[in-house]
Design a protein around this ligand. Structure first.
Ligand SMILES: C[S@@+](CC[C@H](N)C(=O)[O-])C[C@H]1O[C@@H](n2cnc3c(N)ncnc32)[C@H](O)[C@@H]1O
Length: 252
């Protein structure tokens, strides 16, 4: 990744546009579009508490893979203007585009440079100490996105339990990179034990210099306030995104 431009995070520890990004951002775009359709009127209240930067540099090979082989049309359409200039849009930017501007972002990141990279007046900063603290608040959000690095040693059961309680009022998207094949299954089993209505998507990463060595899990817990039939349709769309990321992972 190129370093040195003002917006460029010099401590990003992965290659933007990798398989994990395609999973979480592919899901995020579908979820925001769904919530927007089902919430005509007020802007979506969106909490992104591991917000990162508005955009990143992307390696040419990863940009080409998205353009040529990642068959998720809406995601690709939203990324195209960024890819065209060697950039990759991050979660807050993508959520805003997917909501066609009808988004009210509430942000937090432990890196002050990340928070400062969002132009003043475009987002509100949350007064918390760590991203997962948002689960202990009762402020109303339409969607909470948790996107920690793997070094956040949150007990998965606790996280899912708190998430389940929070999803009475807010939808939740949690992205978890993990090592070791079994953890994806443990995640599903934990969700089942808690009786959580959620969808899990797992990408088994064969491991390359561009995609890194982690596998990736996305968990979506829809708010109880959403129509269950409509949510099933969304689950179908998210499953398609997961399948298409896994199809990329399988390519030589
Ligand atoms: C994977 S990156 C986020 C990427 C961003 N969500 C996106 O999609 O563009 C993880 C971010 O979490 C931040 N971070 C690390 N530990 C944190 C914590 N405990 N609470 C909040 N942010 C944290 C890092 O500074 C980094 O910007």
């Amino acid at each position: 990744m190129a370093k040195g431009s003002r917006q460029e995070p010099n401590r990003v520890r992965y290659n933007p546009g990798n398989l994990g990004d395609l999973l979480k951002h592919g899901w995020l775009v579908e979820i925001v579009r769904f919530l927007r359709r089902h919430n005509e009127g007020a802007p979506l209240r969106y909490a992104d508490t591991f917000c990162g930067f508005p955009e990143y540099n992307i390696a040419a090979a990863l940009a080409e893979r998205i353009r040529e082989r990642f068959h998720v049309p809406t995601f690709r359409r939203l990324q195209e203007p960024f890819l065209a200039r060697g950039r990759y849009a991050g979660s807050v930017t993508l959520a805003g585009l997917a909501a066609e501007g009808h988004l009210r972002p509430f942000l937090f990141d432990t890196n002050p440079e990340a928070l400062a990279s969002f132009p003043a007046g475009t987002a509100e900063t949350l007064q918390i100490r760590s991203g997962c603290d948002i689960l202990d608040t009762s402020d109303p959000y339409d969607l909470i996105f948790l996107d920690p690095y793997d070094d956040i040693r949150v007990d998965c059961e606790t996280l899912l339990g708190k998430g389940a309680a929070r999803s009475r009022g807010a939808s939740l998207l949690i992205f978890l990179p993990f090592q070791g094949g079994i953890q994806g299954e443990l995640l599903g089993a934990a969700a089942e034990r808690h009786g959580i209505n959620c969808l899990t998507g797992i990408v088994q990463n064969p491991g390359t210099s561009l995609d890194g060595r982690h596998h990736f899990a996305a968990v979506f817990m829809p708010s109880l306030s959403l129509n269950p039939g409509a949510v099933l349709g969304l689950f179908g769309e998210l499953n398609i995104v997961t399948a298409r990321v896994n199809a990329l992972a399988d390519l030589p």
